[in-house]
Ligand binder design. Structure first.
Ligand code: PRP
Ligand code: ZN
Ligand code: MG
Length: 226
């Protein structure tokens, strides 16, 4: 029947900076998941929950489209998707249930070590490679700078050396990637952490009850980590 309660679907990053911490959070909340299985969907053995392991970039859309009920994703990816959907006149509703205590990083402008940089104006007329064209575009607009934005899904840090761009706008956490590629961080344009988000139109009572059971556990785990 249509009223039958479905298992709660939570999207998390399959592999990358958020996956280990997301899994650890689920474990701390008492979710029993078979971590050996590298399948797309992992069934939680002791609760009516399924964990979907997907690319981080897909998580905001899965939640905004109601395909998944909850998701753990970086604010940078979430904001980029929201800006893109606003431009596309596509719905981008979601609720942030909790800002988490992991996945901290910054989205920064970086230039080759030896290049001069005196603020955003130095980017005028330049080409900038990034995986976050909308966040970068918003920043450039705020700064009144005209630059060409090249979107790359990966290997952004090699773009200047490859002659594809003058500068990059990419995520930095330890700074090791920039250093290894002869780049210098010059401006931070966005600070991000992982967030737990919920789809807007969630009305199933059992699912809502389950979320109400999970939230105090998440808060407890975060307090214990403080
Ligand atoms: C980011 C970024 C760099 C790296 C920077 O990638 O694109 O490659 O992290 O980290 P560092 O300052 O500690 O060296 P991420 O791990 O988010 O993977 P993705 O680009 O594939 O999403
Ligand atoms: Zn990614
Ligand atoms: Mg990367």
């Amino acid at each position: 029947p249509a009223t039958e309660s479905k298992r709660l679907r939570i999207a998390m990053q399959k592999s990358g900076r958020l996956s280990v911490d997301s899994q650890a959070l689920f474990a701390s909340c008492g979710l029993k998941i078979n971590l050996r299985e590298q399948r797309l969907i992992a069934h939680v053995e002791n609760m009516d929950i399924d964990i979907l392991r997907v690319r981080d970039d897909d998580i905001p859309g899965l939640v905004m489209d109601g395909v998944c009920d909850l998701g753990i994703v970086g604010e940078n990816v979430l904001e980029e998707e929201s800006l893109q959907r606003q431009l596309d006149n596509h719905s981008f509703d979601y609720t942030v249930l909790k800002r988490l205590d992991f996945g901290g990083c910054r989205l920064s402008i970086a230039v080759p070590q030896e290049d001069e940089y005196q603020g955003a104006a130095s980017l005028e007329g330049k080409t900038i490679a990034t995986t976050y064209p909308r966040l970068l575009g918003r920043y450039l607009k705020q700064q009144g700078v005209n630059a060409r934005v090249v979107t790359l899904k990966g290997s952004v840090e090699v773009a200047p050396r490859a002659g594809l761009a003058d500068a990059i706008c990419d995520l930095v956490s330890t700074g090791a990637t920039l250093e290894a590629n002869g780049l210098r961080e010059v401006d931070v344009i966005y600070r991000s952490k992982a967030v737990l988000i919920q789809r807007k139109d969630l009305t199933d009572n059992k699912q809502l009850k389950l979320i109400n059971k999970l939230m105090p556990r998440i808060n407890g785990v975060m307090q214990a980590n403080e």
